[in-house]
Ligand binder design. Sequence first.
Ligand SMILES: Cc1cc2nc3c(=O)[nH]c(=O)nc-3n(C[C@H](O)[C@H](O)[C@H](O)COP(=O)(O)OP(=O)(O)OC[C@H]3O[C@@H](n4cnc5c(N)ncnc54)[C@H](O)[C@@H]3O)c2cc1C
Length: 465
Amino acid sequence: MSVSENRSITLVGGGLVGSLLATGLARRGFDVELLERRPDMRKSQHSAGRSINLAVSARGIHALRELGLADEVLSRGIPMKGRIMHSPSGELTYQPYGVEDWQCIYSISRGELNKQLLTAAERTGRVQVEFESRLKSTRLQAAGVELELDSGDGSPVRRLKRARVIGTDGSASALRRATLDRASGHCTEDLLDYGYKELTILPGRNGEFRMDRNALHIWPRGNFMLIALPNFDGSFTCTLFLPYEGELSFARLTNPAEVRGFFETHFADTLPLIDDLEGTFFANPTGHMVTVRCSTWHAGSESLLLGDAAHAIVPFFGQGMNSGFEDCTEFFAALDSGLAWKDLFSHMSRTRVDNANAIAQMAIENFLEMRDRVGDAQFLREKALEKRLQIRYPLDYISRYSLVSFSRVPYTVALEAGIKQAGFLRSVCEPGLDPAQMDIEALGPRILAEIAPVTRTHLPEGLKP
Ligand SMILES: Cc1cc2nc3c(=O)[nH]c(=O)nc-3n(C[C@H](O)[C@H](O)[C@H](O)COP(=O)(O)OP(=O)(O)OC[C@H]3O[C@@H](n4cnc5c(N)ncnc54)[C@H](O)[C@@H]3O)c2cc1C
């Protein structure tokens, strides 16, 4: 059946990706039923989930822009132009993310964004959001999809029969198993042996930011780290990433004195800033992080997974939501080309699985980089040289970070470019060499031969704002 013959669709999960997808479908004339487990966050005090703020970059901004929502969202975002590393003795090192002023990522409130997207979806007049509707089980058959729902409060189970369903129900997706079983697919769910804990730096007395507001702050400590992102109200949300077990781990921080001692030793400069350290530490849950890789994202024309439901990744490249929004961009482009449901769903598996696996890998690599390397002298030398190369060869040397965050080239291309760039930087940036003094004209032929070909066909004119 072609898409135009059936204009209604059911989505499970009204988080970031589900509500964006619902809006785009409704704008194309679909009637959307959006089933969401939680109560309406616009009416309740319920927080919108795990991290309080997140970084939106080119792929996410593009998806928002296509729906005319980018200006509204970014008007309450804080541009972050680079990262500031805090050494154990409190020294600061700044590393810009890009080489031009527009090359920044934006810190935005996750809860506000989710609310804005739900409102945008409802504003279309075609999206019916059913809150407190939790998918419990699914039967997928060629004849249709049977969904079993409850409200999570012990009330009777509701049963629905629909032609097809799209799962945007996050990393612990209730639709994933049924979809993969029906498609004879498989998936892996790798839990990182690190947890995270959120803490807060409140604004100053006059509402001012108490650290540089236009940067992502990192306290890299080898095996663990703390980061902080600015919020619109002058506060910062800090996230401590720490192993669950071991010498320095959550398991060893069992009382207020241990937490204070740990911060005094490793993050002393944050102690005057963090609000109610011990109280918040024990009040906030320890979050976990998982990488989900699925061999396929769809089953026939009945079921499709998008966003974290299909490809949850660890948060260290700030790309989970961005890649989920990019799924929507790809979905809408394929939908607009007139594909039948089955072809549309299989198109998504065909075009997105490898890209999702590529950003999953880069996110793990970035974890190691942020945790271990950002304070390391060799790494800083390589980054300093890379910056010079980007300025001198803007069409031919575009760093992996820039490809991921400031462009929409496939993640697979960014991964390949990154491998070549890392090898190149390592080979030329010998210990003891000052990157500021290196003859970068002499490196031109190698850049043209080894680095440029990977990205030239995708970005013939280099990065554009
Ligand atoms: C610490 C941390 C920091 C992060 N930082 C960034 C960042 O800086 N940039 C970035 O791009 N990404 C970031 N991410 C990743 C980002 O949060 C996710 O990729 C994004 O939220 C995925 O959106 P989603 O809609 O697919 O899933 P979710 O946002 O998880 O939404 C899923 C929705 O489905 C609902 N649901 C779940 N189960 C059911 C069910 N059975 N029935 C009905 N409804 C259900 C949930 O209530 C929820 O509303 C971060 C993640 C973490 C953990």
